[in-house]
Design a protein around this ligand. Structure first.
Ligand code: SF4
Length: 378
């Protein structure tokens, strides 16, 4: 098996910030924000991996750390066999050409004082790439823009055109990996489709690998091969796009997928409401970070951190105690109770001592929601 193009191993990115407390000021104490906590993810050559989750889940921070715009506090990032977290800025220059990032907002990521030609030409200049004029025109043509736009300023372009210029700038150095951070979120729906088609074309044409960062699962489904779901700085589920959309396992992923609006009148849309906001990164909940919002949480979830484990041979992995072998046996015990009344969801006498009635009611909701899990556990 080939080595992945890039592999993050247990990456942590922490930031420190001042608090408003006088005591903290006097003792120079700062609070730590754990934006990314032990995230491991690999991207193969010619593969598109999507990183999804709500705002504030740490997706952008991880994407920036992957191309070393942020310094990881620990862990390593292996790019084509080299640990780039150990390199100094000078040693990193050749790798900068091989991995690029396209930022979320094309209105702020392009210098408003430079023309399109200067914006793209600057990258070619920094990396000493000859034949600039022809190359700029070629790049504009690759991203579907007229060569005549070369003398325009960003404010003279539409949102879609600006994002294409940002993509052309990233392509200028012929990268092998592009981190695309919410690149369609500020665009109209029709323009979003054009940009997504452009990414697919670029991958076919140049074999580029992409990390697509998005909170929009409809976008992700269209363009990616693999999906990683992030919640409050940790990965909670990873798998192929088919596994994740057909058989989401983690309650958070199930809620995210259920929130995609459906236009199919044969299957009316029943969005699952996720209660509450994503908690602060400063005081992350103990145990499973999702437990304050999870409808199936029980005692164990509040104390024990679930580990990302494979749940199928296809590489589908989930971090949730519900898929733990011991819990599955316990649930099977509950489900095998023959009486089909509410008591059917009561634990067996052996399990009754371990869990309470509220928990079994939550399990009932969960089993009704996830018919695939019902088959697996029954
Ligand atoms: Fe919910 Fe517990 Fe699974 Fe976390 S571990 S997602 S709280 S059931």
């Amino acid at each position: 098996m080939n080595n992945p193009l890039v592999e993050a191993r247990g990456v942590k990115v922490h930031f420190s910030e001042r608090t408003s407390s006088v005591m903290d000021f006097l003792v120079r104490r700062r609070r730590i924000i754990k934006a990314v906590d032990e995230v491991s993810l690999s991207i193969e050559r010619n593969e598109t991996v999507a990183l999804v989750g709500e705002s504030g889940s740490g997706k952008t921070t991880f994407g920036r750390a992957l191309v070393r715009l942020y310094e990881p506090a620990s862990g390593s990032i292996i790019f084509d066999g080299t640990d780039i977290t150990r390199l100094n800025q000078k040693e990193l220059i050749p790798f900068r050409r091989r991995m690029q990032i396209v930022f979320q907002n094309p209105y702020s990521s392009l210098n408003p004082r430079r023309t399109v030609g200067r914006i793209i030409g600057k990258v070619l200049e920094v990396h000493n790439i000859p034949g600039r004029e022809k190359r700029i025109k070629d790049l504009l043509s690759v991203v579907g823009l007229e060569a005549s736009l070369v003398s325009r300023y960003p404010h003279q372009l539409s949102g879609g055109q600006r994002q294409r210029v940002a993509i052309a700038r990233a392509l200028a150095v012929e990268p092998e990996l592009i981190v695309a951070d919410e690149i369609t979120s500020s665009l109209d729906v029709s323009v979003q489709a054009q940009i997504l088609n452009l990414l697919s074309d670029l991958q076919r044409q140049f074999g580029i690998s992409f990390l697509i960062i998005s909170h929009d699962l409809a976008v992700v489904r269209q363009v990616s091969n693999k999906v990683a779901v992030m919640y409050l700085g940790v990965l909670v589920e990873t798998g192929s796009v088919e596994d994740l959309f057909r058989n989401p396992k983690h309650p958070y992923t199930q809620a995210l997928i259920a929130s995609i609006p459906s236009t199919d009148i044969r299957s009316p849309w029943h969005p699952t409401e996720l209660k509450g906001d994503i908690p602060s990164m400063v005081n992350t909940p103990a145990g499973c970070r999702f437990h304050p919002r999870c409808p199936y949480a029980w005692d164990r979830c509040r104390t024990e951190v679930p580990v990302l484990k494979d749940v199928s041979s296809s590489g589908h992995a989930v971090a949730c105690h519900l898929y733990d072998e011991g819990e599955r046996n316990r649930l099977a015990g509950i489900l095998n109770t023959p009486k089909q009344t509410e008591d059917a969801w009561m634990p067996t006498s052996q399990a009754r001592a371990r869990i309470n009635w509220n928990c079994s009611k939550q399990l009932k909701q969960w089993m009704e929601f996830s018919s695939s899990s019902r088959t697996e556990l029954g």
